[in-house]
Ligand binder design. Structure first.
Ligand SMILES: [Zn+2]
Length: 71
């Protein structure tokens, strides 16, 4: 189980300055872009390529937070 202390310092690699990660079952979900990162053997895998994209997104460039930042 991840500790609150650890959770509070983890950030999504796509928006590390602001995005917090929320523990949801066996995943960490980014509060900003909704990527779902797996947790393997108790360690969060914060790698974009390993993350599950939210519904409607084909790639990370489809994520709303990435679109907003420009083109
Ligand atoms: Zn994110």
């Amino acid at each position: 189980m991840l500790s609150e202390d650890l959770l509070s310092i983890l950030r999504c690699p796509l928006n590390p300055s602001q995005a917090r990660l929320v523990l949801e079952g066996e995943h960490l979900t980014c509060a900003q872009c909704r990527l779902r990162f797996p947790i393997k053997d108790g360690f969060p895998v914060l790698i974009v390529e390993e993350a599950e994209l939210p519904a409607g997104c084909e790639s990370t460039s489809d994520l709303p937070c990435q679109k907003r930042e420009g083109n």
